[in-house]
Design a protein around this ligand. Structure first.
Ligand code: M6R
Length: 583
């Protein structure tokens, strides 16, 4: 994770301040501490960069970093940049074998200021420079010694150039234009520099670049050979992150679902047909995703099974290595990701690519690494999702996956009609009265320390998703179960007043809810009709096979209020980041 941003310019002399501004747009990648270095200064702080008004001595060059801690606690020392003698760098990723190198350097008598893996890279580059004075080959040699995914941005005292290298973690060059024609921007994601330019070069894996003002040269990281890169014009305008009338992005994005469900399935018949033909071309589909996207994928497992009679194997991307023997040129690897940058997924897709598997994906970011590595990609078009907790992207993923299941069974139009209906019902449902009612339910739960959620069929993954949503923003322990599973153990935890959210009102789920109620549980039902068993009822529209999408909406609102009633910031929960670019 972590956001990196750097500027090399001939004529901009407030590079430090501009790097701070750019990093504010990358804060979703990590927000526990930050730092910026220019040629003459280095500022490092614990806390969110959004609160910073840091100023710098005028300079045309700066590198910066917004951190999500991996190695070492959240301290000023551990924040980036890291400096050793002439080398100053920022790093995104994980240097897996850093400890053996650190121990070797310690034995040589070198000392370290931080607990990070990143500082060791600065020492290794300096060690190489002591041998050859050639920064390009120093970085190449250090890259050979490092295992793991990384992107690094390096300044060397006395040199005008900025040196960058990538293996796995994203790095994009923005080529300045108009008044910024003498300036180059380097970032882990485009929003950092989109106010200056939309002309980019993507640095691919095992590549490096040397940047001086507008002069940018690309090289193969291993051989050192020069590479020519095409300038790519990205079509997106800078999406202004605006909360509008809302207090937080999370609630704004929940209400964005009044429109986003429609955009999610607004692909042409041809685009869908091409994607489906790729899906059908293999012999075994593995759907890989993480967190909430993984729960949306489990819902898709039900959709494809019940609508199209197709078995999809859904595996959390981080667990997929255990099944890697099944990845071959017959396999379809289908990635589901909001950001399109999740490291656990990229790792598997890289492996799939090497073995000739077909790579399919749906993401919310069309220029993302996952979208670009894919043979077939469909955007979910949810619009920028800023809050760490995924809401509108989740339902957009599910809507598109549901549509694909219908298309897989040659019933694309039936799917479209169902989802149009759902979109219009959701549009009616999300109104201030509904929100107020759910807030009042949240008030009754404010003191609880455990919430259980049950669901059956495609509502089982929604029980899992509801638990993630509640936990990540309110810090209340929540756990989702298949409705029929409670009686096999977890029911032991139910006592008088334990809140249990019951998704659905089919007779079997109601029987399971009855078992909980008989042991004292307070039942919060999420269904299109009320039931005598429900102590509180969160109404949803009747949605047929799209019920999983409808059911998650009230839980998103409930989670939001569980967080805000406790005085928490639901947009940036503790310990999390929006984009998880480390394994
Ligand atoms: O960007 P991705 O969809 O690949 O991210 C996957 C998870 O990190 C993400 O869904 C995470 O679980 C969210 N914070 C959940 O709200």
């Amino acid at each position: 994770m972590c956001g990196v941003f750097a500027i090399s310019s001939l004529d901009i002399n407030d590079a430090g301040e501009r790097v701070v501004d750019g990093l504010k747009k990358l804060e979703y990648r990590g927000y526990d501490s930050w730092g910026v270095a220019t040629s003459s200064e280095m500022i490092k702080e614990v806390g969110k960069i959004s609160a910073s008004n840091a100023t710098f001595i005028p300079d045309t060059k700066a590198i910066g970093h917004s951190r999500w801690a991996t190695h070492g606690g959240v301290t000023q020392e551990n924040s980036h940049p890291h400096r050793y003698k002439k080398v100053t760098l920022v790093h995104n990723g994980i240097f897996e074998n850093y400890l053996s190198e650190k121990n070797r350097l310690l034995e040589k008598g070198e000392t370290f200021l931080s607990e990070t893996d990143s500082e060791v890279i600065a020492h290794l580059i300096q060690e190489q420079l002591d041998l050859s004075h050639d920064t390009k080959s120093a970085i190449q040699n250090v890259a050979k010694a490092i295992t793991g995914r990384f992107s690094i941005v390096v300044m060397i005292e006395g040199l005008d150039e900025i040196f960058v290298a990538r293996r796995g973690s994203p790095l994009i060059i923005g080529r300045g234009k108009d008044e910024y024609v003498n300036t180059t921007f380097i970032a882990s994601d485009i929003p950092a520099f989109l106010e200056y330019t939309n002309i980019v070069n993507y640095i691919d894996d095992e590549e490096m670049a040397i940047i001086k003002n507008s002069d940018v040269n690309f090289y193969n990281l291993c051989s050192g050979e020069k590479i020519e890169k095409r300038n790519i014009e990205v079509s997106w305008k800078e999406e202004v992150a605006d909360k509008g009338k809302y207090n937080h992005f999370m609630i704004k994005e929940i209400f964005d679902q009044k429109q986003s469900l429609t955009s999610a399935v607004n692909h042409t018949d041809e685009e869908i047909a091409e994607f489906i033909s790729a899906l059908q071309s293999g012999n075994g589909v593995y759907m890989v995703a993480c967190g909430t996207a993984h729960k949306a994928s489990i819902a898709a497992e039900y959709y494809f099974s019940q609508i199209a009679g197709r078995k999809i194997n859904v595996v959390p991307a981080s667990e997929m290595p255990a099944f890697e023997r099944f990845i071959n040129k017959e396999t379809v690897l289908f990635a589901v990701s909001q950001s399109g940058e999740t490291a656990d997924i990229l790792e598997i897709l890289d492996l799939g690519k090497k073995r000739g598997a077909k790579i399919l994906s749906i993401t919310n970011v069309e220029s993302s690494s996952i979208a670009r590595i894919s043979d077939n990609h469909l955007p979910i078009r949810a619009g920028k999702e800023k809050a760490v907790a995924s809401t509108k992207a989740t339902t957009s993923q599910m809507a598109l996956l549901l549509l694909l299941a219908y298309a897989d069974d040659n019933r694309l139009n039936e799917g479209r009609l169902l989802l149009q209906d759902l979109a219009s019902n959701v549009n009616d449902l999300l109104n201030p009265r509904y929100e107020e009612y759910i807030k009042s339910v949240a008030e009754t739960l404010n003191d609880c320390s455990n919430i259980f959620i049950i669901g059956r069929n495609s509502l089982f993954p929604m029980a899992l998703e509801s638990a993630i949503k509640i936990m990540e923003v309110s810090y209340i322990h929540a756990q989702g179960f298949a409705a029929g599973e409670m009686k096999h153990g977890p029911i032991a935890l139910i006592e008088k007043g334990t809140p249990c959210i019951v998704l659905g009102c089919d007779s079997e789920t109601i029987s399971n809810a009855m078992e909980l109620k008989s042991r004292g549980a307070t039942i919060i039902g999420v269904a299109h009709v009320n039931n005598v068993l429900f102590d509180q009822w969160l109404k949803i529209p009747s949605a047929g096979t799209a019920i999983s999408i409808a059911s998650v909406l009230p839980i998103q609102i409930l989670s939001y209020y569980l967080a805000t009633l406790r005085g928490l910031d639901p947009d940036m929960p503790r310990n999390l980041a929006k984009s998880v670019t480390v394994k």
